[in-house]
Design a protein around this ligand. Structure first.
Ligand code: DX5
Ligand code: ZN
Length: 229
């Protein structure tokens, strides 16, 4: 169970201090938005290069940008532990994932709530992480979309059936309540922005989210190993 706080909800004027408040987390989630793929703008590579130098925990970069084929490798070169791009934006997801792995990063694909996982199930060995978005990407503080859970279950069962080591990440509207739903559906890696940085003591919130996730882990109901739900 991994808890990755999103610095989208942090105090941008004091990012180094904010990173210190979440040092008990597993990775720090960094949302890159280009105002094209999503209708919002955050920060880019120079910021990530600097965060990489000062962060006590590894970087989990989430690229919500057009043309990741061109831009994503730069984030791996900057030392990000994990680089996740959206399949809706990538021309060659498998080629890009191979390039990211070559550069030493974990390679992730992200899917918007309306994007089907079916075309990617066969390709799962090419990726280290699948990010099932639980809100429409673009903004923090939105409500968790439970209708994305069947897709998460489908990936979880496919990963398990194939015996792969692919992390299953959820991002958007994760709270002490919704984290249980996502954990039950098979997620093992949880992004939380407002829930962590909105807490008085982020480290306590990280611990309670981790506990809530750990007590609600995914189990198959039929035990057959079938990919169909
Ligand atoms: C949304 C971002 C999320 C966001 C989550 O597009 O990808 O990472 O920071 O924020 P919360 O946890 O507040 O929904
Ligand atoms: Zn994100």
């Amino acid at each position: 169970m991994r808890i990755n706080p999103s610095i989208l909800a942090a105090d941008f004027a004091n990012l180094e201090r904010e990173l210190g408040r979440i040092s008990s987390a597993d990775l720090v989630h960094v949302d890159i938005m280009d105002n094209h793929f999503v209708p919002n703008l955050t920060f880019g590579l120079p910021m990530v290069e600097r965060l990489q130098q000062v962060s006590p925990i590894p970087l989990d970069v989430h690229l919500m940008i057009d043309d990741p084929d061109r831009w994503a490798p730069g984030y791996a070169e900057a030392g990000a532990y994990s680089v996740t791009f959206h399949v809706e934006a990538a021309a060659d997801p498998v080629g890009l994932a191979r390039r990211l792995r070559q550069l030493g990063a974990r390679a992730g694909i992200a899917l918007k709530p309306g994007t089907d996982i079916a075309p990617y199930l066969e390709l799962l060995p090419e990726f280290d992480q699948v990010l099932v978005m639980t809100v429409e990407p673009g903004f923090g503080g939105q409500s968790f979309m439970a209708e994305t859970m069947p897709k998460l279950r489908r990936v979880a069962d496919a990963v398990r059936a194939a015996g792969l080591d692919v992390w299953l990440q959820v991002d958007g509207g994760i709270t002490a309540d919704t984290i249980r739903i996502a954990a039950e559906a098979g997620a093992d890696t949880f992004v939380a922005g407002s829930a962590v940085f909105g807490a008085e003591v982020p480290a306590d919130r990280i611990a309670s989210l981790r506990d809530a996730a750990a007590t609600h882990t995914h189990s198959r109901s039929d035990g057959t190993g079938s990919l169909d739900e």
